[in-house]
Design a binder for this molecule. Structure first.
Ligand code: GRF
Length: 211
């Protein structure tokens, strides 16, 4: 099935896809990606890190790797009903100004509106800590534990207008250990994500994924 999305061009290590990474927190995934790109030339290069808060610890990872890393907080002066889209306009403007080709949501905790998704469809990737379609939403580990799942995992997927529901690009299973708490499970899943998502970007950016 072809989805007819705007596919990123096929890149090479000599002419990599220009990536922006959106974060909200500590950015351990961003750090893993930057290290991966630093190890050797890849067909994607992070050129912009955007956080929705100046307190997002992950901004430091970007700066340390000499990547432009800025926060774009919610514009609180704008009235509440228009604030969310106004915020996305600010983010969109930063992405366009930096000539970004592909956007990665790596622990970005805001649900994007159809306005933003429609502008970046096919060029917007998310990492989610469960085996989608199981346990979508912001509490995937807690929900997996509460459901008594013996296996969960992580998913790299394209973002569509719904929550955690776009085309799946890659998944890895992670066993839930007996007696494991949410934090321990989260850390183990993150370690798998840190390997899976840079490699999935390799496939996507080099044209090995057919959309
Ligand atoms: C990851 O587990 C990712 O799956 C989820 O948010 C977490 C981000 O963690 N979307 P970090 O900020 O990269 O450490």
């Amino acid at each position: 099935m072809r989805l007819g999305y705007a596919l990123p061009r096929s890149a090479t290590p000599e002419d990599p896809i220009r990536l922006a990474v959106l974060i909200s927190g500590g950015g351990s995934g961003l750090e893993a990606l930057l290290n991966y790109q630093h190890d050797q030339p890849r067909c994607h290069r992070t050129i912009l890190v955007l956080a929705d808060s100046p307190h997002a610890g992950g901004l430091e990872h970007g700066s340390r790797h000499s990547v432009k890393s800025v926060s774009v907080p919610l514009p609180m002066k704008i009235n509440k009903s228009e604030r969310r889209v106004a915020h996305e306009h600010l983010i969109h403007d930063e992405l366009v100004a930096a000539d970004v080709e592909l956007v990665v949501l790596s622990g970005y905790m805001r649900i994007l509106t159809p306005w933003f998704v429609s502008r970046w469809k096919g060029r917007l990737v998310n990492i989610h800590p469960s085996l989608l379609p199981d346990f979508p939403g912001a509490h995937a580990h807690r929900d997996a534990l509460a459901a008594g799942a013996s296996v969960t995992g992580c998913t790299v997927h394209l973002v569509d207008e719904h929550v955690d529901s776009g085309l799946i690009l890659a998944q890895r299973q992670v066993e839930v250990l007996p007696g494991e708490d949410e934090e321990a499970l989260q850390e183990r899943i993150k370690r798998i994500e840190h390997v899976l998502y840079p490699k999935t970007l390799d496939r996507l950016c080099s044209g090995q994924v057919s959309l």
